[in-house]
Write a protein that binds this ligand. Sequence first.
Ligand code: FAD
Length: 449
Amino acid sequence: MGQGFTSRVLIIGAGIAGMQAALDVANAGYDVVLVERAPSIGGRMAQLSETFPTLDCAQCILTPRTVEVGHHERIALYTYAEVIGVEGEIGDFQVRIRRHATYVDWDACTGCGLCQEKCPTRVSAEFERDVGERKAIYTLSPQAVPNKPVIDREHCIFFQRGKCKACERFCPVGAIDYEQEDSIIEEQVGAVIVATGYDLYPLTRMPEYGGGKTPDVIDALAFERLLSASGPTAGKVLRPSDGRAPREIVFIQCAGSRDPEKHMPHCSKICCMYTAKQAMLYRHRVHDGQAYIFYIDIRAAGKRYDEFTQHAMEDERVVYLRGKVSRVFRQDDKVMVWGADTLSGQKVEIAADMVVVAPAVIPRPQTTILAGMLGLPLDPQGWLLPRDTNMRPVETVRPGIFVAGTGVGPMDIPETVAHASGAASHVLKLFSHSCSEREEEWQLVKERV
Ligand SMILES: Cc1cc2nc3c(=O)[nH]c(=O)nc-3n(C[C@H](O)[C@H](O)[C@H](O)COP(=O)(O)OP(=O)(O)OC[C@H]3O[C@@H](n4cnc5c(N)ncnc54)[C@H](O)[C@@H]3O)c2cc1C
C-alpha cells in the first residue's frame, strides 16, 4: 500500500459545486480531472438571472470562476463527456471517460460563431428551457466555457438528409469534422467527488398546473431565462405565446413539493427565496405589473432571507396568498388560476397573463446510474446519501469518494459552495499527508467502513 497512491482527483459535474471543489484542490497544488456532461460548464447557475438575497448578476459572479476553471493549468477539463467506469479503491481509482463527438475540431475552432450564424436550422433550446431557440450547431450561451460549438446530429440537416454543410462552408479555419467519433479517455485518480446537481420536477407530471401544455405557464428556470440579460428576450419579461409584457403574473410555490400523496414529499428549500426574487425582478421590469404568490408557508431561513421576503411583500407590493392552487387552465388569451386563500377563507380566481410554477427540486436521473457504478447508496427520493448526514455530510460509505452540492438535496448557492469546499478539504487532507501518515489514514478510513 502507499505505492499506487495518485494525488489527483476526479470531479464529476461542473456546476458551481464541481467548479468550487476543482478550484480549491487545484489552487492547493494538486491535479484535477473535471468531467461535465454538457458542452460547457456552470450548471444551473449559468441559467440564473440575479441571485438572492443580494440581487447580484449571476453571470457576473459566475464568469470569473468558469474562466479560471477553463484556463487552470492543473484542471484537465472534459466537457460533453461522461464517466463510464470507475474501478479500484481509495488512492488508486482507474476511470474511463467517454467524450462525445462534437463534430468540430475544438483545437482548430476559434469560437468566432460564424457557423452558428449561418446554420439554417432553429430548434427549441434546452438551456433556455424552451422559451428560446438555438441552432443545430450551438454553444449553450454566449458566455460558454469552453466557447466551442457542438453539432446536434438529430437536428442537423446534413446528418439527417445528407446535404447542407453550411457550417463547413463558412468555417474560416476548416474546423468542422463530420467524421469525428466518440473517444474513450483513461485516467488514474486517488479520490472522486460527485457533484451532479439537481433537476426540476417536470410540468408534464402536474396536470393541475396545465401539464406542460398550457401556453404561458412556465417553470421557474424558464422565467430565470426571461429575466436574464443574456437570455432570449435580453431580460425583458415577455409572454412566450405573443411577446406581450404580462400585466399580471401568478407564481405558485411548492408545486409538486411537500405533497407525498401525488408528487414529492420533501420541501425544496430554495423556492420561497427565488420566487420572492422573481416577483421583485418582474416588478422592476414591468413597473405597473401585479405579482401574486401562492404559498403554503414561507421558509426563508438564512442570513437576511426573512428581510428579503418581507421587502417583497411590503416595498415591492407583491401579493402573497396563503393557500393551494387547484386548477390552472387557458381561457381566451388569459391563464385562469383557481385557488383558495386559507387566511380569509375565500375562493380566489385570477385571470392572469402568465403563470410561473416553482416545481420540486429533484435529483438528476443520471445520478442514479452513476451511484450504481460507484456503489453509492441513494435515499428513497434518489438523492446521494452521505455517510452520516449530521457529522460526515460530504463523505460516503466508499473511502475516497465524496459528494458535493445539490446531488445530495436542495441547497442555495452559498450552501452549495460551502459543501463543495468541505468535500475539497477532505480530498486535500488525503493528498497532503506524507506517505506513512497517509497509510495510517487509509487504514483508519477503511476500518471506519
Ligand atoms: C429557478 C431557480 C432559481 C434559483 N435562484 C437562486 C438564487 O437566486 N440564489 C441562490 O443562492 N440559489 C438559487 N438557486 C439554486 C442554485 O441553482 C443551486 O444552488 C446551484 O445551482 C447548485 O449547483 P450544483 O453545482 O450543486 O448543481 P448544478 O448546477 O445542477 O450542476 C451540476 C452539474 O453536473 C453535471 N452533471 C450531471 N450529471 C452528470 C454526469 N453523470 N456526468 C457529468 N456531469 C454531470 C450537470 O450537467 C451540471 O453542469 C435557484 C434555483 C432555481 C431552480
